[in-house]
Write a protein that binds this ligand. Structure first.
Ligand code: RUB
Length: 320
């Protein structure tokens, strides 16, 4: 698929979910590296960096996207020739995709251990990582019922209930605003993440923070399933994760909106759940409490505070 096609599909949400977006970006960079005809090493590297920027601009919140692009293009600049740079992009893209798929399998295995043998779960949105844990728990013979939210305005809950139904998992499909009404029946909330900040705050589909707040109030645990490339190195020095705001037409028919000149539609695609409402983050490296997010950024993404102090201005904001 061409770079423009992949970028268009990510922006239009035909390709969606932070993990799938990351793998699609890695694949698009590999395809681009195969076809680009830049004359010489410098032009090739510049073109690949431009391609990386085009992909990163499609959806601003999922940090898996810049992390994937950074991983695939890493080392490209140090290559001696365009051929060597191309080879590096191709092998790193293949490695990213394979590692990402392996990460989901590992998260499923670790996450399933935290699901009781008999459990009523709740999930919000459509997360490959969160669903992998639920499907693995079911495969292990656990007696699972899942409450899945509708996920206005794009109804990703429909994807979730299809997957759960296909796995013969008893599922209750509820509107987003019913989450608190059922929370006392829930043993564990499981969600995915688009980004995890250094202080353990979780950025995920709009409404996750409300579900988390309800879970906290009902003393229900909340587990986040997320690959290590969902952790955001840029938050090390306080940089905030941008929250994507999408078109109002996703929420209200434009003809109706046009008849209401005093009404402005707000449509944020994600929100931020503070670390204090998160009990556990399950990654492919194991499960951690949210306050150990820095360890993941340092150990597995290879970013240290020193490196950041060389690169970024220090901000003193806290995302939470
Ligand atoms: C998807 C969403 C998912 C995370 C994690 O939002 O919020 O919970 O991306 O998903 P959108 P995964 O539909 O707007 O992309 O575990 O599949 O990476």
């Amino acid at each position: 698929m061409s770079l423009a096609d992949t970028a268009g599909k990510i922006a239009g949400m035909e390709i969606r979910g932070a993990g799938r977006i990351a793998r699609a970006a890695a694949e698009a960079l590999a395809d681009h590296a195969r076809t680009v005809t830049a004359p010489g090493r410098d032009a090739f590297v510049a073109e690949m960096q431009r391609a990386g920027s085009v992909l990163c601009a499609t959806r601003p919140t999922a940090v898996s996207l810049p992390n994937a692009v950074h991983f695939v293009l890493h080392g490209c600049e140090a290559a001696a020739s365009a051929a060597e740079a191309r080879e590096s992009v191709l092998s790193r893209a293949a490695r990213f995709i394979a590692d990402s798929e392996a990460a989901i399998a590992r998260i499923a295995e670790y996450g399933a251990r935290h699901i009781p043998d008999t459990a009523t779960l709740m999930t919000h949105c459509n997360s490959e990582a969160a669903l992998a844990c639920i499907l693995e728990a079911r495969r292990l013979g656990k007696d699972i019922t899942v409450y899945a939210t509708e996920v206005r305005p794009r109804n990703q809950g429909l994807l979730t209930i299809r997957t759960l139904n296909d796995a013969n998992i008893p599922t209750r499909y509820i509107v987003d605003s019913a989450a608190r009404s059922y929370m006392n029946e829930i043993d564990l909330v499981i969600v995915g993440a688009d980004a995890i900040t250094v202080n353990g705050a979780v950025v995920n589909k709009i409404g996750t923070a409300q579900v988390a707040l309800a879970a906290h109030e009902a003393r229900t645990n909340l587990m986040v399933a997320a690959e290590t490339y969902k952790f955001a190195p840029r938050t090390l020095l306080g940089e905030l994760i941008p929250i994507e705001e999408r078109a109002g037409a996703e929420v209200l028919d434009p003809a109706v909106a046009a008849s209401l000149p005093f009404v402005t539609i707000r449509n944020p695609a994600f929100d931020v759940t503070p670390a204090r409402y998160v009990d556990l983050i399950v990654t492919e490296k194991g499960a951690i409490p949210p306050n150990l997010a820095y360890i993941v950024i340092r150990e597995y993404l290879g970013w240290s505070i020193d490196e950041f102090q060389k690169t970024f201005v220090i901000h003193h904001q806290d995302q939470d």
